[in-house]
Design a protein around this ligand. Sequence first.
Ligand SMILES: [Zn+2]
Length: 463
Amino acid sequence: MQWTVRLEVRTSAGEVTTTELVTFSRPGVVSTLAEIGLMLAETKTLLAKLQASMLCGQVAAYAAHHRVCAACGVLQPLKDRRTRRLQTLFGTVEVEAPRFKVCRCRLTTPLAEVTVSPICALLTARCTPELERVQAELGARTSFRDGARILEALLPVSPANHESLRSRTHAVALQLEAADRQAAAEVTAVRDERDEAAAADGGRPVVMLDGAYIRAVPGHQVRNFEAICGKVEREGHATRRFALVRNVAEQPHALLRAALQGQGWREGEAVTAISDGDPALPALVRSATGGPVQPILDWFHLSMRVHHVEQVMRGLCALEPLPLVLPDHAQIDVERLRSLLWNGHHEKACEALGRIASWAKDAVVPNEPVAEATLRRLAARCAELRRYIENNEGALIDYGQRYRAGKPISTSRAEGTVNQLVNARMNKRRQMRWSPRGAHRVLQVRAAVLDGRFRQQAIQLAA
Ligand SMILES: [Zn+2]
């Protein structure tokens, strides 16, 4: 049996032409399942031929239209015929790009010869925007090599190499950043109190920030560099992710500002920032908003440090035989720590920590090296937690109250973002190494892809 695919083209003038695209053959009666239906290779040929035919037809019509002088309607003389190549998802197509001599009626000096190439004006890039986007999305989702293999396996696209994927991902990242800078510049200000109340209807925007380390390429000054990842959440709005490598981002605060703007935030409105105690993170939020920021120390990071104290205390109690008498107050103080901090009594927590630490330091356990070491560790952990609390005093809140009000108290969701944005793509286990610039750009596209922003207006703005 044979199947022939013919393409019927009808021009806007009503002319119809038919061309034969491909013919597929199979035995009259198939003998295996594999012979049934279209094959991938056939589909790729079909798509490539259809694309070439469509594209050449459109380009030819465009050239013919622009050959006519817009002023007097005369055909402009042909100067020469050149060709241009355009990469598409369905193959690279070579098109004719004729150059015309500009009509005499439009020349200021009659004897001069000026040529125009309408096709060059149409083909502003070497590839179609669709190919660029698909390559960038794959480059953000998976390794450049794997992305290139996927494309090559399924579509007649060429060239489908990893360098091409990388450069398209970078190009799209630059477009996204430009769109973010534009959005950041267009943030409107809150006009008055009533306006602010209306804006705050969906609750204050909450920015959750966290850092992640990425292995640097050899030859870079440092072994690892930091990427800041986060999420902006606000009731009634789709969550927005953002990520940046600070020293290579053109305007780091603009990326966060654009993310806030996407959540309906307006200049002058207060923002809550939850982070792990690194003072650089709320500072970034402050520089992005230029206004009031309520910093909150992430409960998870605080709770982890409490856990360290509890763990050492438990270890001490478990020693057999117990080498010393554990005073009740020490045990009670350790047990209270978590609830004191949870309920916003961080001063009392510091006092309790001081008591435990001084007891642990002064306790005497002759000839008991294990107990001795455990006590020293307990004192160290307590001092560590106390320092952490004191350093973050302005960012400690009544977590219980905030939690009961249904508001976020932890960056655990931001850590999820770190996993999604950084770890899943820049996997340390796979020994991937990155340049800060390369990582920053992939992160821009990846955040947009994961948000579902990728195909929306942001990228079209910049395209
Ligand atoms: Zn003319």
